[in-house]
Design a protein around this ligand. Structure first.
Ligand SMILES: *Cc1c(COP(=O)(O)O)cnc(C)c1O
Length: 404
């Protein structure tokens, strides 16, 4: 059967909401991927910041094998040991005291936004329903999460939308000061706006948001689906900002490629999610939780996070070398191994051209919006692989520039 399957099959049988590349990967190890033709690729995309420990990390393979032979699924009518172990780890490693498990980032955010509304209603009455979030933010694809997200293209056509959501410019404390009120139940932000262009929150903004939330009894929700689990060099990005949120969502790298999402919060806030208020069939299932337990163990080894800064330097050096030659980047942003290279005005809207050229040279990168190239590799990618991959990417850029 698989001999008859190719990229054309996608157009025949898949809903056309994605436009995948021509090659079809069949195997991954560490930071390398091979396609159906046996071509090798250096993966600087990490499955969109999911494969934080690379592909088929041997310890993750082992734990998944073991768990798959003991227990797959129970439902939340029973609890299970991997879920209890994971919740214990997450609460001991973060500000949080309580954890809710889901299967994706969007679901973790859906839980967070529902909880914020419910908590406000329980504690402050029925008027406190407004959610404030930021333009270019991304929080998932459910109707509530696209509505809180700040990109109109993702809500168009899906109206009527959930109500009482206000979008403001990011990093603009004056705008938030003017908009926030006692009707605000939550302010939702990514510590680095990821999908929307790799825009770092300034420390001043992050701390100002925290203070305004305190003044108005609004919950501060950090969407760390992309920035979390070591990506920025801290376990969670809030730890580097000197700000503690009230609710934090995690997914992507938490499962290293096995689907899982988590919402973290305090005991007091969690009280508003009493028995029967929310749930998920698969959330907290033993397979996902056992993998995530191992992911956290590996993340917490000192050498894992300690390598992030020097690996970032190798990537940024590679990007700077490209820029010295071609002057195509106006800014190199992000933190740790979430790197954004913003294209100059001349190249606005063309990020995908570079992504496609990179694949031709055997390197997988990402875009963040139309005008930013995003690099988010495994946190344990060997330095040699970064160097080779950046050389290949430089070659891809040379070719794009030669064609204009
Ligand atoms: C990817 C992402 C999501 C959505 O996660 P899914 O697992 O695709 O539902 C939400 N928020 C942020 C910041 C993300 O990067």
């Amino acid at each position: 059967m698989s001999n008859d399957l190719n990229r054309a099959t996608f157009d025949e049988v898949m809903v056309p909401n994605y436009g995948p590349a021509k090659m079809i990967p069949v195997k991954g190890r560490g930071s390398k991927v091979w396609d159906t033709e046996g071509n090798e690729y250096f993966d600087l995309s990490g499955g969109i910041a999911v494969c934080g420990l690379g592909h088929c990390h041997p310890e993750l393979v082992e734990v998944l094998k073991q768990q798959s032979e003991s227990l797959w699924h129970l439902s939340n009518v029973w609890t299970n040991l991997p879920a209890l172990e994971l919740a214990t780890k997450l609460t001991s490693l973060t500000f949080a005291e309580k954890v809710f498990f889901a299967n994706s980032g969007g679901e973790a955010n859906e839980a967070a936004f529902k909880l914020a509304r419910k908590y406000a209603k329980d504690n402050f009455g029925p008027e406190k329903v407004e959610i404030i979030s930021f333009f270019n933010g991304f929080h998932g694809r459910t109707l509530f999460t696209v509505s809180v997200g700040g990109q109109e293209k993702y809500t168009q056509g899906f109206e009527p939308l959930p109500q009482a959501i206000t979008h403001l410019p990011f990093n603009d404390l004056d705008a938030l000061t003017a908009a926030i009120s006692d009707k605000t139940c939550a302010v939702v932000m990514e510590p680095i706006v990821a999908e929307g262009g790799i825009i770092n929150a300034t420390e001043e903004f992050a701390q100002g948001v925290r203070e305004l939330c305190n003044q108005h009894n609004a919950l501060l929700v950090y969407d760390e689906v992309q920035t979390g689990v070591g990506r920025t060099g801290e376990l969670y990005a809030y730890m580097g900002l000197g700000v503690t949120p009230d609710i934090l969502t995690s997914a992507k790298a938490l499962g290293g490629g096995f689907p899982i999402g988590a919402m973290l919060t305090t005991t007091k806030i969690a009280e508003s999610m009493g028995i029967g208020t929310h749930g998920s069939t698969y959330g907290g299932n033993p397979l996902a939780c056992s993998v995530a337990n191992k992911v956290l163990d590996i993340m917490m080894r000192p050498e894992t996070l300690a390598g992030v800064a020097s690996k970032r330097t190798l990537i940024v050096d590679g990007l700077n070398a490209i820029n010295d030659k071609h002057g195509i980047f106006s800014d190199i942003r992000g933190k740790g191994l979430l790197v954004g290279a913003a294209l100059t005005e001349e190249w606005h809207g063309k990020a995908k051209v570079f992504l496609n050229a990179a694949i031709e040279e055997g390197v997988m990168v990402l875009v963040a919006g139309l005008s930013v190239i995003r690099i988010a590799p495994s946190l344990v990618i060997p330095d040699e692989d970064i160097i080779t991959a950046m050389e290949k990417f430089a070659k891809a850029v040379d070719k794009v520039l030669a064609d204009v």
